[in-house]
Design a protein around this ligand. Structure first.
Ligand code: NDP
Length: 497
């Protein structure tokens, strides 16, 4: 199947929807070099396009454009009501182009087309709308400093923000950064992951159409070691906001130290535990949530519930239900409307997940569902929903982020052991506990070191609630008004009477 055949299957996507050059100063521009990288549709392994592999010179141009726009005040000092109108229009345009953006997203990362259309794209647009709404509802303060002086504490944008984002939810992750960064008046350079540049480049045009002044949003596709690193080390970037692996997140801290001590916020990996206690009275509901928590998006989710920590009394009954769901869930063609489970993002990630399945077996855990590649005839990268039983929390499959549809079940004797196991990880992004006992629910929610804890549910989310991690899952929060803190500084202004 050729790229043309695939594009022809997608509603509203045309070859011209696919942009291949950096977007700088309000237009697509020629990159400084001829270097390119390939984007591959992971559903069939078909090459879709060659994208400019931007480097230092392109990053310098994007940063200069962002700086010029910021200092001019064309956006940073625009009246809040006008910024609100433009961001609202930007969000509307994303929705008007929903089918096109959904097609581009699925073509890049192989997630089911219905998920892209009904989940990712509206959620990304909703995020921009939420921050547009918030623009004129966030105030500064007047401090109580005495009768002879008035002290205003005002929020100011940081300036030039670099957003370096991953491939698992390309547009949503970009918008979690763009929404609060733009709403607070910053200029942004967005670097999408090499696997998934299509929607990032396309929305730059939509933002311009909505009225965002040139230079306020630039998009620089490129490889992490080149474009990402150049942003991290840039002396004129004020802030890096990053989502991705813990390993690369730590690099951004180093880049900051080696350059201008720029602000860094990190949303990193996880190994989130789902604790299920013997007194859980809805094993069917828990099993559905456990399966969805690890198999949706083929497990390529930072807060995937990848560790099932289950009390021994209900282990067999629960696992039987989870295994039944896993076995029923078949990977399908991501462009087919009925597909629930898509592909892994790339051959490299496919190999990585398969290698962890081998590691689990060699560590002595038992595969009780899946464990193999799926749909090999497609040419794409699919993996069966996989469940390991008899996992020890010290095993690599219990400690390392696999980022695939692989669940590790760990049996524990009681509540205290469950909490100990839940916390025995370098990560702290999220966790869940399933119990009828309200005291245990409260105790666990407080005792677990994670940025999000769900009780009798999993992966509930809203723009109103912050999201982010403890420990090596990072710091700084996406979503909610708290995210605005990452893109602003407080200034105290003392006015003597
Ligand atoms: P990375 O952390 O490598 O990629 C995330 C972003 O960082 C991408 O834009 C990437 O660019 C960029 N990047 C990569 N290397 C550098 C660098 N040296 N300097 C600056 N920027 C860089 O994730 P991977 O794509 O490699 O995935 C590997 C693992 O990371 C996964 O298996 C998973 O465990 C974890 N991960 C976690 C995510 C999360 O949401 N927490 C999301 C994605 C991955 P480019 O891709 O163009 O090289």
């Amino acid at each position: 199947m050729t790229a043309q055949d695939l594009i022809a299957r997608l509603k509203d996507v045309t070859p011209s929807s696919i942009k291949t050059k950096p977007f700088v100063d309000g237009k697509f521009v020629d990159p400084a070099s001829d270097a390119t990288f390939e984007t591959i549709y992971p559903g069939t392994g078909t090459k879709i396009a060659d994208i400019a592999a931007c480097g230092q010179v392109d990053v310098d141009r994007a940063v200069a454009s962002a700086r010029k726009a910021f200092e001019s005040g064309v956006w940073s000092r625009m009246a809040p009501a006008d910024r609100k109108r433009i961001l609202t229009r930007f969000s509307e345009l994303m929705l008007e182009h929903r089918d096109e953006l959904a097609g581009l997203e699925t073509l890049n990362v192989g997630k089911p087309i219905t998920r892209s259309r009904n989940g990712d794209i509206p959620s990304a647009a909703g995020c921009i709308a939420w921050y547009a709404d918030a623009i004129d509802k966030v105030y500064g303060e007047v401090a109580e400093t005495g009768p002879d002086v008035t002290t205003m504490v005002v929020r100011e944008p940081l300036g030039v923000v670099a957003a370096v984002v991953p491939w698992n939810y390309p547009l949503s992750m970009a918008c979690w950064k763009l929404g609060p960064a733009l709403a607070t008046g910053n200029s942004v350079i967005l670097k999408p992951a090499e696997q998934s540049p299509f929607t990032a480049l396309r929305i730059a045009e939509l933002a311009l159409e909505a009225g965002l002044p040139p230079g306020v949003l630039n998009v620089v596709p490129g490889l992490g070691e080149a474009a990402g690193k150049a942003l991290g080390l840039h002396m004129d970037v004020d802030c890096v906001t990053f989502t991705g692996s813990t390993e690369v997140g730590k690099m951004f801290l180093e880049y900051s130290g080696q350059s201008n001590a720029k602000h860094v916020s990190l949303e990193l990996g996880g190994k989130s535990p789902q604790i299920v206690l013997n007194d859980c009275d809805d094993l069917d509901g828990a099993a559905r949530a456990i399966a969805a928590g690890i198999f949706s998006n083929s497990g390529q989710v930072c807060n995937a519930g990848s560790r099932l920590v289950v009390e021994s009394g209900i282990k067999d009954a629960l696992l039987e239900r989870v295994v039944a769901i896993a076995t029923d869930l078949k990977a399908g063609d991501p462009l087919d409307e009925s597909t629930q489970l898509g592909s892994i993002v790339s051959e490299k990630q496919f190999e990585r997940v398969m290698s962890y399945i081998d590691i689990g077996k060699s560590e002595g855990a038992s595969v009780v569902a899946g464990g193999k590649a799926a749909r090999p005839e497609s040419g794409g990268f699919f993996i069966e929903p996989t469940v390991f039983d008899n996992v020890g929390n010290g095993m690599r499959i219990a400690q390392e982020e696999i980022f695939g549809p692989v669940l590790s079940a760990i049996t524990v004797a009681d509540f205290d052991e469950a909490v100990t196991v839940a916390n025995d990880t370098i990560y702290g992004l999220s966790a869940a506990i399933w119990t009828r006992d309200i005291r245990k629910a409260h105790r666990a929610a407080r005792a677990i070191r994670a940025g999000v804890v769900w009780v009798n549910c999993f992966d509930r989310g809203s723009m109103s609630a912050p999201f982010g991690g403890f420990k090596q899952s990072g710091f700084g929060r996406d979503k909610s008004l708290h995210a605005m803190d990452k893109y602003t500084d407080w200034k105290s202004i003392w006015i003597a009477h």
